[in-house]
Structures are given as C-alpha cells and as structure tokens.
Design a protein around this ligand. Sequence first.
Ligand code: FAD
Length: 293
Amino acid sequence: MKIIDILSKKNMSLSFEVFPPKKESSFDDVVRATEEIASCGPAFMSVTYGAGGGTSRYTLDIAKNIEEKYNVPTLAHLTCVSSDHETIRQRIREMKERNIQNVMALRGDLTPELMNTDPSSWAYRHAVQLVRELKEAGDFCIGAACYPEVHPDSPDQKTDILYLKEKVDAGADFLTTQMVFDNDLFFNFMYKLREAGVTVPVLPGIMPITNAKQVERAIHLSGSFMPRRFKSIVDRFGSDPLAMKQAGIAYATDQIIDLYANGITNVHVYSMNKPDVARAILDNLSSILWKVF
Ligand code: FAD
C-alpha cells in the first residue's frame, strides 16, 4: 500500500521509525524488535538506511519482513550523497524486484571523508536528484525530509523552504520532519510551507526521549530546540531510568495529542527499535487513534 493513500485518510494515525543493525550479529535482535513494533499495528513503519551503505541490504530485508509477516506498509529509506550513479541504480532495481512501493529519498549526512573532497566530483549533491531518479524509475510513493528548525547547511529558512519546494515539485509525495520537541516550531513551519505553496502532507517527527543520555545525542544529531519544560523533566528525573522513561513517554504523548488537537492527523514517532516505548504511546492514545473527530 502506498503511504500517500494512508495519509489521505481522515483518521488519527501513528507511524514508527526503526533502524537496521550495523552488524550481522545483531540482525536477529533488531528483527525481533521491529516485529514487536509491527505487531502493535501502526499505520506504517519506516526503516532507515546507513549513509555509508553498510546497512543497505538490511533496510530492505527488514522492510519486507514487516510487510509480509504483519501486513504493515513500510517506507524504505535511501540516501545518495556517498553513492555513485550505478550504486543508486542498483538499489532502485533491488527495490523494484522486492516490490517496495514507498521510498524516503534522502541526501544523507556529509561524512568527514566526503567533506575533504570536491563537491563537484560527487554524483549526488542533494536529495532532489534522487527524488527525480526515483520518479523516472518507477511508480514509487516518495517521501522526503524537512526541517522546522532549518537544515544546518542552509543559510536561512527562506532558502531552505525554496529547496524543499523543489523536492516536492520534483515528485516528493509527502514530507517528514526532523524531530521537534516544541510543537509551536512545527506549526510555525507549516504556516510558512503552505505560504510557499508546499501543499503535500507533512508528518511531524516526534522522538520520545526515555533516558538522559539520549538527550545530548538527540540534540547533537538534530540541533533541535529543547523547551524549558522538557529540560526540567531531564533535570528532575534523568538520574532515575524508570522515572525518566515514564516522563519521556508522557511528554511525547502530550506532544502528539496537541498535534492531533490542532488538526494534524498523522504523526511519525522515532521509536528507535523500542517496542515497549511504541506500545506505551499507543496505549496512551487508545481512545484517540484511528478515529475521525
Ligand atoms: P537535501 O534535501 O539535499 O538538503 C540538504 C541541504 O541542502 C539543505 O540545507 C537544503 O536546503 C540544501 N539544498 C537542497 N537542495 C539544494 C539545491 N538544489 N541547491 C542547493 N542547496 C540545496 N540519514 C541517513 O543517513 N539515513 C536515513 O535513513 C535518514 N533518515 C532521515 C529521515 C528523516 C525524516 C530526516 C529528517 C532525516 C533523515 N536522515 C537520514 C538525515 C538526512 O540524511 C540529513 O539530515 C541530511 O543532512 C539532509 O538530507 P536531506 O535529504 O534533507 O537533504
């Protein structure tokens, strides 16, 4: 099933992101965790892709396993910046062979090795090139990334949104945001997107922070703003793992309810291969999810 068809429904839904293992030895553990999340019945699940290509095979293996065993639609991520044209063509062929219908087209982060080379020698510099290639290659439903707090490489938000619109015009069917901890930043971003003529569905990305160590990592990776209310939770409960987990799940649930209450129907949760967290959020929303209000 295509994700865009799920997003066009009017009911409240939740989707989850999982990531493949870095090493073969942890493959079975990851499969187990993703299956447990799939068994909760999310609207769809996205499976990330290692920018260096190390986990690329696992992305498709995990996506297909979830679809075949649990009938949960999946979104396979694909990055391009550290690849050449032949590798990307090969990945697209593999996706078609395995009947992957939904692809998240991403640039990928710039590695230090890549930064030491001349960008004019790169086969891919921006995700828009991958969006175009996917569009030409087959009947994929294409997702792309967006940044309510502006992508770190962008000089300003206006420029960032201009390039985002280029990705949508090239064929991205929907967008998922970088993690946000402050819904007002998301709503403000949405206003600017609609003003700029970006009309495709946008899924806010919510990351439940369930341990104190995750906070620094999340800020380092995303650059996202941490509201004072969230910082107080970490200050107060960070040293007690169970209390921090409960508070982190409650904070994420609260954010999701606020998004639904303000007209958003689909929310994407960075569930980080944690079935207990995914299940707890779904339980917290049990009388809200799948309903039309
Ligand atoms: P782009 O759309 O190429 O944008 C990157 C920068 O270039 C932005 O500043 C943009 O404004 C600018 N830009 C875009 N087009 C042009 C143009 N034509 N000319 C000049 N400038 C331009 N990384 C992974 O490695 N694996 C994953 O699975 C993964 N999943 C992700 C999922 C989501 C929802 C998000 C938000 C991010 C994900 N990432 C993943 C991280 C992502 O790869 C990085 O954030 C990366 O730095 C940017 O990717 P992008 O696709 O947004 O790039």
